[in-house]
Design a binder for this molecule. Structure first.
Ligand SMILES: N[C@@H](CCC(=O)N[C@@H](CS)C(=O)NCC(=O)O)C(=O)O
Length: 242
């Protein structure tokens, strides 16, 4: 029997969606994919629809959702252009999947080695950035306060910001970069989209202006990306919970 993406309990706006459909909430992870979809819309007129859920109600743990993403976390894309509809979980895999809609390689690279750089930086943030910055927030908000846990994740996230600074400042290449991946100054790509929605929240994560002064290239990169219309839309009111 072919895979059934939907069941009787799947919300109508998910089940009846045509083409690309994103199930999200506008958290940093949600924003990664929201931004790339908005960029594709600006560049190619790519159409997509969205369902905004409220993760605090645990909608993402219901059967209809787990059928699409057994991990029970947002965001998830369902590509209804595939038969049967094809669900994609895990933000970095979702960004890489969506590059298939980027025929002219605006947000990825034709060159195999540059594309591999994109994958390296996507994996770097996915594995070494988000889990630490995410846990920093978790332990800061937790009822049971653990100074040890907060310090561990605070230090490690700060170290990871320093790694991004090394890459962007060109400390070891002699040439500063505007974006994480690509030759020379680099090119705005899915690698930046996978990283920016988290790093831009440095103040919310509890770092001071003084601490961030250590990372001038990273701060400029944050501002540079924030200026893009698709980024404004991808993090804006359209994705707010009603
Ligand atoms: N590794 C996952 C992480 C996704 C994730 O942690 N999503 C959070 C929101 S930022 C979530 O759905 N939390 C609700 C929950 O854990 O039930 C990815 O990159 O897609």
């Amino acid at each position: 029997m072919p895979f059934q993406a939907y069941d009787d309990t799947t919300p109508a706006d998910v089940k009846n969606a045509k083409g690309l459909h994103l199930i999200t909430q506008s958290t940093p992870n949600g924003q990664k994919v929201q931004i790339l979809l908005e960029e594709l819309a600006d560049t190619y007129g790519t159409e997509f629809t969205t369902t905004i859920i409220n993760i605090s109600t645990n909608e993402q743990k219901k059967d209809w959702f787990l059928r699409l993403n057994p991990n029970g976390r947002i965001p998830v894309i369902v590509d209804n252009n595939q038969s049967p509809p094809f669900p994609v979980m895990e933000t970095s895999a979702e960004l890489l999947y969506l590059l298939k809609y980027d025929k002219d390689n605006h947000f990825g690279f034709k060159d195999e080695l540059e594309q591999n750089e994109l994958v390296q930086w996507l994996f770097f943030w996915h594995g070494s950035g988000a889990p630490y910055q995410g846990n920093l927030g978790f332990f800061k908000r937790a009822q049971e306060q653990s100074a040890f846990a907060i310090e561990r994740f605070r230090k490690e996230t700060y170290r990871i910001f320093g790694v991004l600074e090394i890459q962007l400042s060109g400390k070891y290449t002699g040439e500063p970069k505007e974006y994480l991946a690509g030759k020379g100054k680099g090119k705005y790509s899915a690698a930046d989209m996978g990283t920016w929605p988290w790093v831009k929240n440095w103040s919310f994560s509890g770092y001071s202006d003084e601490e961030m002064k250590e990372f001038p290239y990273l701060l400029k990169w944050i501002d540079r990306i924030a200026e893009r219309p698709a980024v404004t839309r991808g993090t804006g009111d359209k994705y707010k919970l009603n």
